[in-house]
Ligand binder design. Structure first.
Ligand SMILES: [Zn+2]
Ligand SMILES: [Zn+2]
Length: 722
């Protein structure tokens, strides 16, 4: 195998991984590190503004505080979403393929989610830049346009650098940002609390329906912030798969919830003494002159910390849409686009209010999308297969109905419709919101409807699909065909042909002979009790997983020494790891799906949990040993080549040969771990010289002696030319 550079996730190095699966040996970290990631991005001046706006709505202090707390409860959903990261080893943009289908998710991300992210990026850059201009002006007077452009490029450049470096760098910088921002915000909070008018009453006290409408509108305003962070899995996906779900959920949620609620509260209190419609200017009245530039700097740094996550995740979104570029490049592209839009808004034509309008309306889509995600996690028991979800072919597990998951798309659309009916803001008022006297309940209606529709349509359209793989459940796992009155050929039709080996069941007069045991994903004892009835002699032709997978169900098996039957390698049902483990050349086999099965044997089956079980007891066979069934006797032939311990069983009287993987009528494998072409040639020569009339091979159907000699001769000729 060629030297492979192991991608590493380290501070100060450009992260090599993007939307691809993070393998177990690259997983690291602790869930509590997620707190700083979410705190850094959410110790944000914007939340002070939002809290302040609640007083502008006419709410008193306690009503406003209640709206801040209730709206931010959506952080619990963002925390729950985060747990899918370690489970899948993949980011949200890939996991959402399970909800919308491979193609459907391209639309979901590309049309609905990604543009909102870019708008957020641009708005954030503008807010940071405006504060940056104010800092420089506070120290050095008015700024020429060139200097303003420079301010934008410096702040955007810092942000983009961190995002391009990626995960480990973001994790490290988050701690720095959190400490800086939390300290400065704490000082600001002291000044605000000292000046606050705790007995504040709005000019006209709201009552009844008007009060509830204002509360609902305020909660909608607050809820939009947590709901826009449906990317929490992206930052948890490097954690080991067995990381505590509770810890991931709690640290993520608290990292967002605590600063959002505290800063929202500070904003509410500030709103009792100053007009928060222009908070940045008016806050100067209640902080000392020396602190004002510090406060402005906090806005700048906060916008950087916030945008780092937005740029990073939007880069992953672009990859998942199908842009075939490295993550560092897609992030750069997104960043450049955000900067361009921000510069246009700042220097050419101010359309920030239009962008804000887009974001206010985005709750109509992002609310349902978060609800669908969490509902899907609940339906699947949070099991996602990050390897399989990266297969975007029509064989992939997220293909559903022509690439679309009907449940996810209908839930998203109906949730968005429901939210639109209830939304109420400056640009748009839904008919139901108007009927309710202007109460904006979009933040409740959208998620609720989306969740219900998702469950209903999933049950309706995909009732038999196993949730975490998308594969159907086939309870009729084994296929038994009778070759003669005493011989059955049993195989596993849902297993890829590379691994679809025969289990031969021969009923002798005194005892039964079983040759090989299948791959071991379904219980032989449960499905094929007849195998166990007559204390059978179980022979393993060699130690490959497709032949000894079920051996552990028998008290004792027979095999030839030379392979690790007691300590087998773990095996895998995934294409890539298995090919690597066996050392075979994957080009020889038409493998299009990452999972080497097209169904699972039971609903609880977890593909990634598969391990090849060791055989409990092995008795050793040697070349020439006899196996006596009463009416038939088999001679053991040691036939190394495919593997060191490969054997065949030959009925000298009848001419029948059980040949394992030494000979079958397909591509023979002589290049796997333990293969030996020289010995394989000797084994083939030995078979040509035997008086074989019928072969019962390890794979595929039986054939006659003439075909055996053709295959063996062809092998000898081919192996010569090697
Ligand atoms: Zn084999
Ligand atoms: Zn095999």
């Amino acid at each position: 195998m060629a030297d492979r550079v192991v991608p590493s996730d380290e501070f100060g190095k450009v992260e090599a991984r993007g939307i691809d699966f993070i393998p177990p040996d690259e997983r690291h970290g602790k869930p509590r590190q997620l707190f700083a990631v979410w705190a850094a991005a959410n110790i944000n001046y914007l939340y002070i503004v939002l809290g302040g706006l609640l007083t502008v709505f006419g709410l008193n202090v306690w009503q406003a505080m209640a709206a801040v707390v209730v709206g931010n409860l959506y952080w619990a959903a963002i925390g729950a979403m985060g747990t899918s990261g370690p489970a899948a080893g993949a980011p949200s943009s890939v996991i959402m393929r399970a909800m919308y289908g491979t193609t459907g998710n391209r639309f979901n991300l590309g049309i609905f989610q990604w543009p909102v992210f870019i708008a957020y990026e641009a708005i954030n850059l503008c807010l940071g830049a405006l504060a940056g201009f104010a800092v420089v002006e506070a120290w050095g007077g008015s700024l020429p346009t060139a200097a303003r452009v420079a301010v934008v490029f410096v702040t955007a450049g810092v942000t983009l650098t961190i995002s391009v470096y990626g995960h480990a760098t973001i994790m490290r910088m988050s701690g720095v940002f959190t400490v800086m921002l939390a300290t400065a915000m704490a000082v600001l909070a002291i000044f605000v609390v000292a000046h606050a008018d705790w007995g504040y009453q709005p000019e006209a006290e709201l009552r009844g329906a008007a009060m509830w409408a204002a509360m609902a509108a305020g909660t909608a305003l607050i809820a939009a912030a947590p709901l826009s962070w449906g990317v929490s899995p992206d930052y948890a996906r490097y954690l080991p798969a067995d990381t505590s779900n509770k810890a991931v959920a709690v640290w993520t949620a608290l990292g967002g919830f605590i600063p959002s609620v505290l800063l929202g509260g500070v904003g509410v209190l500030a709103g009792t003494v100053i007009d928060m419609t222009d908070a940045q200017t008016n806050l100067a009245a209640i902080v000392p002159a020396w602190f004002y530039p510090v406060f402005l700097l906090v806005i700048v740094v906060g916008s950087v910390a916030n945008n780092v996550l937005t740029m990073y995740s939007s880069g992953l979104y672009l990859q998942a849409v199908g842009i075939p570029l490295r993550r560092s490049i897609t992030v750069l592209f997104d960043g450049a686009l955000g900067i361009a839009i921000a510069c246009y808004a700042l220097f050419v034509s101010d359309f920030t209010s239009a962008l804000s309008g887009i974001l206010e309306l985005s709750i109509v889509l992002i609310g349902p999308s978060v609800a669908i995600y969490v509902t899907d996690q609940w339906l699947r028991g949070n099991r996602y297969d990050g390897v399989a979800l990266n297969d975007v072919s029509s064989d992939g597990i997220a293909w559903y109905t022509r690439g679309f998951n009907v449940a996810g798309l209908s839930a998203l659309l109906s949730g968005a419709l429901a939210a639109a009916l209830f939304v109420q803001n400056d640009e748009f008022a839904g008919p139901l919101a108007r009927a309710l006297g202007g109460a904006d309940l979009s933040w409740l209606a959208g998620p609720l409807v989306a969740s219900c529709v998702y469950i209903a349509v999933t049950r309706l359209c995909y009732p038999t699909r196993k949730p975490d793989t998308g594969l159907p459940v086939s309870t009729n796992w084994f296929r038994t065909r009778s070759v003669s009155t005493s011989l059955d050929q049993i195989d596993e039709p849902h297993v890829h042909e590379l691994l679809r080996a025969n289990i031969w069941h021969l009923r002798g007069r005194d005892r039964d002979l079983i040759v090989d045991t299948g791959i071991g994903v379904a219980s032989l004892r449960q499905h094929l009790p007849q195998l166990f009835e007559r204390d059978p002699i179980v022979v393993l032709t060699h130690g490959h997983l497709d032949h000894m997978g079920g051996a552990h169900e028998f008290p004792c098996c027979w095999a030839h020494d030379g392979e690790p039957f007691h300590t087998p390698p773990p095996g895998s049902l995934y294409h890539r790891p298995l090919v690597d483990e066996l050392g075979i050349d994957a080009e020889d086999f038409a493998i299009t799906s990452p999972i080497l099965m097209d169904a699972v044997p039971r609903a609880e089956f977890v593909v990634s949990d598969y391990r090849l079980q060791p055989a409990p007891e092995i008795r050793w066979l040697v070349d020439g040993a006899k196996i006596d069934l009463g009416d038939r006797e088999f001679t053991v032939l040691h036939l190394p080549g495919h593997t060191p311990a490969s054997i065949g069983l030959f009925d000298e009287a009848g001419g029948a040969l059980f040949s394992g993987d030494v000979v079958y009528d397909d591509i023979l494998i002589d290049d796997c771990v333990g293969s030996d072409v020289g010995k394989y040639r000797d084994s083939m020569q030995r078979l040509i010289d035997l008086d074989v009339t019928v072969v019962h091979p390890g794979h595929g159907d039986s054939f006659d002696g003439a075909r055996l000699r053709e295959i063996a001769s062809a092998y000898l000729e081919r192996a010569v030319s090697h």
